[in-house]
Every structure is written in C-alpha cells, then in structure tokens.
Ligand binder design. Sequence first.
Ligand code: SAM
Length: 210
Amino acid sequence: MLDLGCGEGYCARNYLKMGAAAVHGVDISAEMINLAQANTPDPRASFERASIAEFAAQQDAHAGRYDVVTAVFVSNYLDSRELATLVTLAHACLKAGGQFVLLHPHPHLPYHRQSASAGLRFEVDEGASYFDSIGDSHVGRIVDLEGKTIEVRLVHHTLEELFGNVIGAGLRIDRFRELRLDKPTADGWPALADVSLQTPLHIMISSTRD
Ligand SMILES: C[S@@+](CC[C@H](N)C(=O)[O-])C[C@H]1O[C@@H](n2cnc3c(N)ncnc32)[C@H](O)[C@@H]1O
C-alpha cells in the first residue's frame, strides 16, 4: 500500500493491523516522518519525506507497484494543480485492478449552517460561497478526543472538481460515501457533542484502475 500525506503514520499502522503486507508512507513534513518512524516500529512499514509534487517527479520508480493507494485528508492542503498531480500520481502508482481511496472533508462543511460548533469550526469569509471559493483556504479548528485543539486547513475543492480529477485520471469510481458522526462516536467525543448528526463531515471516493 502507498499512503500519500501519511502524517505520523496513524493510517499506516491501521492498515498493517488490518492485514496489509507492507505500507509506504509519504509526507512533506520531516517532523511527521520522524514521528511516523518512531511510532511505527514495524519492518512492513517504510516512510519517506517528499511532497506530492516531489514524489510525482520520481513516480516512474513507483509506477504500477501498489495494490492500494490512499490519500487521507491531504487533498485539503493542496491547490487545484497539486490535487490533479495527487490523483494522476495515485493512478500511475497502482497495479491494474488496484484501488485508490480519497478522504476529504465534506466540501459543503464550511458552508453548512449547522457546522458551527465549539469543537469543530471553519472560518469562512462573510459572503464566500460554495462555487466562488474554489482554491480558497479556510482555517479550521478541531478538538480531538483528548481535548487538544488542532489547527487544520481546508483548501476548498467542490465535489465536481474532486470527482472530475478522479474520472479525468482514468480511474473508475466504485464507491462514494458522505460521512457524518454516528451516535456512539459523538457520545464518546465531548468536544463534538454539539455537532449535529446531520452535519456532512467527510467524503470518501473509492476508485479502481482498470
Ligand atoms: C491532516 S494531516 C493527515 C495525516 C494522515 N493522513 C492521517 O489521516 O492521520 C495532513 C498531512 O498532509 C501533509 N501534507 C500537506 N501538504 C502536503 C504535500 N504537498 N505533500 C505531501 N504531504 C502534505 C501534512 O504534512 C500532514 O501530515
């Protein structure tokens, strides 16, 4: 598996627990890569510091090597050109029949009237609208399970842009989900207790390289 924008290795560790034979994680941040290496002492895991663009520049070395490529909450840090690079890179790295899974904050979340919450908030300029804000960077804050506030960024990409990139790269979409909090998760996450179970939080686009 290849995990693009792997952060401190949380997903990689879970993929290994779920039975992945090997995971290679890539992230722009040296600090995250150091953490990932320290937190994942497993010979099946490897990590590399590279931006999406840098990794794409050496994609020939990775072409057709992976069964699964994931990009979990990294596309929300990328501008439109980098987003296109990410998806083209995922396609190039997959074997025939391989799967690309993209997780992205729900593009409607910052504009959703029920999204304002003490524990989850995006700052959106007054008057900004869903279709006029492509590429705008919204700063957000989320309070994690331990009560720590994390600053996050949401570069706005519409659903049309996200789907357009996946289809344009030649990937076949086989599953799409709009994810929201469920009751047990909300109950165990005090900072998000005021987030409506009706608020669209994330999207997942799963696609296959035929
Ligand atoms: C919100 S974190 C998600 C980390 C991990 N995927 C997870 O779900 O736990 C976003 C990660 O994307 C990385 N990132 C941001 N821009 C990047 C880029 N241009 N190339 C590679 N990684 C990038 C950041 O360093 C950060 O670790």
